[in-house]
Design a protein around this ligand. Structure first.
Ligand SMILES: Nc1ncnc2c1ncn2[C@@H]1O[C@H](COP(=O)(O)OP(=O)(O)OP(=O)(O)O)[C@@H](O)[C@H]1O
Ligand SMILES: [Mg+2]
Length: 337
């Protein structure tokens, strides 16, 4: 499987089309204002607002049923919002939805492919829908299928594995060089190698200036790719910002586990550390271990806590992971229902 991605995409832009010629009014290519979706009185999306900068990768995170796909489906004009609006590529979702379509590509959570067709014919079908010239479709399709490692297959796509179908759907979403790419769980069901291939490709797309909005359950994926993240739960945005901002926002982002040679050493350290302003709480563990929950990151660790530790056996310092943050905010793991 190929690990790197060819660079032909950039020149393809200048050959063909809209990508470079469109002038956007706004630094924010997506602006969501009080978007809401109601299914028979149930608010799947409950008045969310946020902006996505041109050229960034924005991740929407949340547990099952949080409202991520419903949000993506509204932003990609598949679902009509119950209230609120969003500007996508400077066009209103409510009033100008047909103008948005040429600028976006979508890889939905559930694959949408024509199983009787080959990979190439599937991609070509989407290209024709977007009014592309046959020669452009051919070049583009070849490029995308090669990068997704499914080029040259002449069989109908119903014979493809789940991972191949996913990568084919990704290729289909990109044939028309969208300015904005929406990926709803792009790597769900992919093996680690294919996942890495898709990540590399997503990074490459970002380098071409494409704006990417993705949903994921995979915190490693969110950490590796995102510029900004939003955490969603019960239809609402409960945290928004850069990865660092979101981690800091929970306000007790650091944990120190220290072990001591004796109970006396532990108690001495505990009384000193426990009195510090940056320390929120301490917890005694078995075998003369102490967990210290504190704010202020490495700085307060070095300047405040460490000087108070006269003797210790082992010391383990860690920051909250995105998963820790999520648990604190929602009380649920990302994979819980
Ligand atoms: N067409 C629909 N009719 C009724 N309820 C719906 C519909 N689509 C989604 N829902 C409900 O809205 C809520 C949000 O669903 P959504 O698919 O947006 O969640 P999600 O965050 O994408 O979850 P997952 O991580 O499982 O993909 C869920 O409770 C779901 O059952
Ligand atoms: Mg979903």
């Amino acid at each position: 499987m190929k690990a790197t991605v060819k660079k032909s995409m950039v020149s393809f832009h200048s050959d063909s089309n809209q990508f470079k010629s469109r002038h956007f009014l706004n630094d924010h290519i997506i602006e969501i204002k009080g978007l809401e979706k109601d299914f028979d009185g149930f608010k799947a999306v409950d008045g969310i607002s946020f902006k996505v900068r041109r050229g960034e990768l924005f991740s929407l995170l949340g547990p099952n049923g949080a409202g991520k796909s419903t949000t993506i489906r509204m932003l990609t004009t598949v679902l009509k919002p119950t209230s609120g609006d969003a500007y996508v590529a400077d066009y209103s979702l409510v009033n100008e939805k047909n103008k948005i379509k040429p600028f976006i590509g979508v890889c939905p959570q559930e694959n949408v492919i024509f199983e009787a067709l080959t990979a190439e014919d599937n991609v070509a079908f989407v290209g024709r829908m977007h009014g592309m010239r046959p020669e452009d479709i051919k070049t583009r399709s070849q490029y995308l299928l090669e990068n997704m490692n499914i080029a040259g297959r002449k069989k109908a796509s119903k014979s493809f594995s789940g991972g191949m179908k996913r990568r084919l759907n990704l290729a289909m979403s990109l044939v028309h060089q969208p300015h904005i790419l929406f990926l709803d769980e792009p790597t769900a069901g992919l093996d680690p190698q294919a996942r890495r291939l898709v990540w590399d490709f997503i990074k490459e797309l970002k380098n071409t200036g494409m704006t990417i909005v993705l949903t994921t359950h995979d915190m490693v994926e969110a950490d590796a790719l995102s510029d900004h993240v939003a955490i969603m739960d019960h239809g609402k945005i409960i945290a928004l910002g850069t990865l660092e901002e979101v981690k800091r926002g929970t306000n007790n982002g650091n944990i120190l586990d220290v072990s001591f040679s004796s109970k006396d050493d532990l108690l001495r350290a505990k009384s000193k550390i426990g009195a510090l302003e940056s320390v929120q709480k301490t917890e005694d563990k078995q075998n003369n271990k102490l967990s210290v929950f504190f704010t202020g990151g490495v700085k307060s660790f070095k300047l405040e806590i460490l000087p108070e530790l006269e003797s210790f056996k082992t010391l383990h310092f860690r920051e909250d992971t995105l998963e820790d943050v999520f648990l604190k905010l929602t009380g649920r793991g990302l994979r819980d229902n």
